[in-house]
Design a binder for this molecule. Structure first.
Ligand SMILES: Nc1ncnc2c1ncn2[C@@H]1O[C@H](COP(=O)(O)OP(=O)(O)O)[C@@H](O)[C@H]1O
Ligand SMILES: [Mg+2]
Length: 306
C-alpha cells in the first residue's frame, strides 16, 4: 500500500541569523518502512526527530533528497503535477492545531462540503446527505452545521478537521500530533474517534505523536524515530512489551511534559550512534560506529546488543 525506501531529507540552516557558515541538518536519514492496507503505523519520537518532515515528504509537500515513496503502486516522485493532484485527493493530513488548519470564514458545513464539491466526490444534490453522514461518523451534532471554528471547542474543531479529511474518502490518512494541542480529558475522546474511523473506513493511517502512550491505542505497528533515523520498529506488541532500544525505554518512562527537543545540529559531531550522548547503556563501540537496524520482520532495533 505505502512503501517508503531509504527516504532522506536534509535542510541547510544557519546557526544564528548572522552566521555565514551553514549547517546541514539531517531531518530524515534513509528511512524505510511499509504500511499494509488498512493498517495504522504509529510514528513516535521527541520533538525534532523528523516526524513532520516524514509526513510532509509522503504528501510531497516537501521534496525528498533521495529515496522512494510508493503509494498504491505508483512512485510518487515520478508523477507529473497533474497525476500528483489526483494522488493528493487520496491522501489527507490532520494537523496538531485544528484552529489554524480550518478557514475561520467557513461554516462547519462548508468546511466539510467543500472538498466533496471540489473533487466531485458525490453528485451535487447528494452533498448535504454526505456531509450529514460525516457529521455522524465524527461525532458532531447536526446543530453545529452553521457554526464557525471560533464558536467551537478544540476537540470539536479537531472533529471538523477529521471530517473534512474523510470527505474525499482518502486511502491514506496522516495524523500529525492530532491530540497534542487538546486538553488531556479531550485527548481520549479524539483517540477513540480515530479508533472508530479505523474500523468504519478501513483506512490506512500514519499516526504521529511524541507520546508513546498515545500512539499505542491506534497503532498496529510502531516506528521510533530519533534525529531522522528509525531506532526501533515492529509490531505494537513487540515494541511496547519488549522495547529494546534505550531511547524507546526512555520514551515509555517519560511522562507528559518531560520530553526534550532534539536539535538537528547536535548530530553533526557524532560519528556513531545518534543516541550515544544520552544513552544510559552506551559502550565504547557506540561512539564511532553506527548500529544498523537489524532483527526480523516483527521487530527491528538499531542498537549494539550486550
Ligand atoms: N523547513 C525547515 N528548515 C530547516 N530545518 C527544518 C525545516 N523543517 C524541519 N527542520 C528541522 O528538521 C528536523 C526535524 O524536524 P521535524 O520533522 O519538524 O520534527 P518533528 O516533527 O519530529 O518535531 C529538526 O531539526 C528541524 O529543526
Ligand atoms: Mg512535528
Amino acid at each position: 500500500m505505502l512503501s517508503i525506501s531509504e527516504l532522506t531529507k536534509t535542510f541547510e540552516v544557519r546557526k544564528t541569523a548572522f552566521s555565514i557558515k551553514k549547517h546541514v541538518i539531517s531531518a530524515l536519514d534513509k528511512v524505510s518502512f511499509f504500511v499494509e492496507k488498512g493498517e495504522t503505523l504509529g510514528v513516535v519520537g521527541e520533538s525534532g526527530s523528523g516526524k513532520s518532515t516524514l509526513a510532509r515528504c509522503i504528501l510531497m509537500l516537501e521534496v525528498p533528497d533521495s529515496g522512494t515513496i510508493t503509494f498504491a503502486g505508483a512512485d510518487l516522485m515520478d508523477l507529473t503535477h497533474n497525476q500528483l493532484r489526483t494522488y493528493r485527493k487520496r491522501m489527507q493530513i490532520i494537523f496538531q492545531d485544528p484552529y489554524s488548519s480550518l478557514n475561520p470564514r467557513h461554516t462547519v458545513y462548508y468546511t466539510i462540503a467543500e472538498p466533496i464539491l471540489f473533487h466531485h466526490i458525490a453528485p451535487k444534490e447528494e452533498t448535504r446527505k454526505r456531509v450529514i453522514e460525516i457529521f455522524k461518523n465524527v461525532g458532531l451534532d447536526e446543530d453545529f452545521m452553521n457554526k464557525y471554528p471560533h464558536e467551537m471547542s478544540g476537540g470539536q474543531r479537531q472533529r471538523v478537521a477529521i471530517g473534512r479529511a474523510l470527505a474525499t474518502n482518502p486511502a491514506l490518512l496522516i495524523a500529525d500530533e492530532p491530540v497534542s494541542s487538546l486538553d488531556v480529558s479531550i485527548q481520549a475522546q479524539i483517540i477513540n474517534l480515530f479508533m472508530d474511523i479505523k474500523e468504519q473506513y478501513a483506512i490506512t493511517m500514519i499516526f504521529i505523536s511524541h507520546d508513546l502512550n498515545i500512539v499505542r491505542f491506534v497503532s498496529d505497528n510502531i516506528i521510533v524515530m530519533y534525529g531522522g533515523k528509525i531506532l526501533e520498529m515492529g509490531t505494537k506488541e513487540e515494541v511496547l512489551n519488549h522495547p529494546l532500544h534505550p531511547y524507546t525505554q526512555m520514551l515509555m518512562n517519560a511522562s507528559q511534559g518531560k520530553f526534550s527537543h532534539y536539535k538537528g545540529q547536535d548530530i553533526i559531531d557524532i560519528s556513531g550512534c545518534l543516541y550515544y550522548p544520552r544513552c544510559q547503556r552506551r559502550k565504547a563501540v557506540c561512539k564511532n560506529s553506527v548500529p544498523p537496524l537489524t532483527g526480523d520482520k516483527d521487530h527491528m532495533v538499531a542498537c549494539f546488543k550486550e
